[in-house]
Design a protein around this ligand. Structure first.
Ligand code: BMA
Length: 356
């Protein structure tokens, strides 16, 4: 498989970014000087107590403004299905992504495809076999089928364009959290070369479809804990990646989370400078935010010290929610966080003129 990986790497030629995507990338590198953009997954689809109400958002209910960044998810597009693994119709995703672009905000997209070998339900998390990546690379048993899946993803991404035909710039974040082993593309489930080949092959297919609107993100988990070599262990290379980030949640104690941010954030900012890449906390959060002053006391000091382009909290799904809403325990504190000079929401993002 190693020679396949190398073959695959040599053939790749990056497309030049579209005018809008190039502007966004340049601005993502500059904007941390002004502040961090707040992002939320699935923001306008549903909240903790509602679903599919036109233009509603838990963040807007609470602050009067939308998040500057919205995250959307493509899992199950590969099946193909008309709704993603969280029951969001792909047509809605297209619609909201375009709206988000038109209000001057940023769109980021993740993809948790099912395990193609076992095809079990919700099976991006199916790690029962460690030969999935090997099997989808060139000459692998599932290669052709996987290439069709990539084509479907490409077709969908290409369909996210405005009435005037502008392809919406998208921070595309496939194969994330690769330093953990809970997804079939995780650390213990494939070799470094196989992982890199997967990333590059994915990019080649998007190139073939003319997707010059994608800003490519590389975002492992928090396992590096400040160790740059570890962070970059599976990095496909500077020519393939535009934005560096990590996904890091508070699942343990506050002290542990402070360690996580304290070690990973300065490292991220440093690696970003060294490689001339945009940087972001590509996923973060504290499930159901039970600490009243979590935003300003725990998160904010780290953001103040380590400027990144954005941070994105995960979706608000019933009990599994990561953003506050009116009357939620951390709601008042979040409004303070919102009002801070260096936190940017939709209206402030618009002023940044990210696409110019
Ligand atoms: C996870 C959880 C799941 C969801 C998946 C993809 O973190 O929120 O419930 O299906 O992300 O959005």
């Amino acid at each position: 498989m190693q020679s396949v990986a190398q073959d695959c790497c040599k053939k790749n030629k990056r497309l030049q970014l579209s005018k809008e995507a190039a502007a966004l990338l340049a601005n993502l590198k500059k904007s941390p000087a002004k502040g961090v953009m707040f992002g939320h997954q699935d923001d306008t689809f549903y909240g903790v107590t509602w679903a599919y109400e036109k233009d509603r958002s838990d963040i807007k209910d609470l602050t009067g403004d939308y998040p500057a960044v919205m995250g959307f998810e493509l899992g199950w597009l590969e099946k193909p299905d008309t709704m993603n693994l969280d029951s969001v119709p792909f047509a809605k995703i297209r619609e909201e992504a375009i709206k988000q672009y038109e209000r001057g905000g940023v769109v980021t997209i993740s993809w948790h495809p099912d395990n193609i070998v076992t095809k079990a339900t919700k099976s991006a998390w199916d790690v029962s076999r460690n030969d999935v990546v090997m099997n989808i690379l060139p000459y692998g048993y599932y290669h052709e089928e996987f290439m069709q899946q990539l084509d479907r993803v490409a077709d969908f991404l290409a369909s996210i364009k405005t009435k005037d035909g502008v392809k919406v710039p998208i921070i595309f974040r496939p194969w994330h959290e690769n330093s953990g082993s809970w997804f079939w593309w995780g650390e213990k489930l494939c070799t470094k070369k196989q992982y890199q080949a997967l990333y590059i092959m994915t990019q080649q297919v998007m190139n073939k479809h003319g997707l010059d609107n994608l800003i490519w993100a590389y975002s492992p988990g928090i396992e590096a804990m400040g160790n740059k070599e570890k962070f970059l262990e599976r990095y496909p290379g500077d020519e393939y990646v535009d934005l560096l980030g990590f996904d890091g949640y508070q699942w343990g104690t506050e002290e542990e989370y402070k360690q996580i941010l304290g070690k990973n954030l300065p490292m991220l900012v440093e690696v970003g400078k060294e490689h001339d890449k945009a940087v972001a906390i590509t996923e973060m959060g504290f499930v159901s935010i039970p600490t009243a002053d979590w935003w300003t006391r725990v998160v904010k000091p780290f953001i103040d010290e380590n400027p990144v382009s954005y941070l994105l909290v995960w979706r608000n799904y019933k009990k599994e929610y990561f953003a506050p809403y009116p009357k939620q325990t951390s709601a008042k504190d979040f409004v303070k966080f919102y009002k801070a000079k260096n936190t940017l929401f939709s209206r402030e993002a618009k002023q940044l003129e990210l696409y110019k």
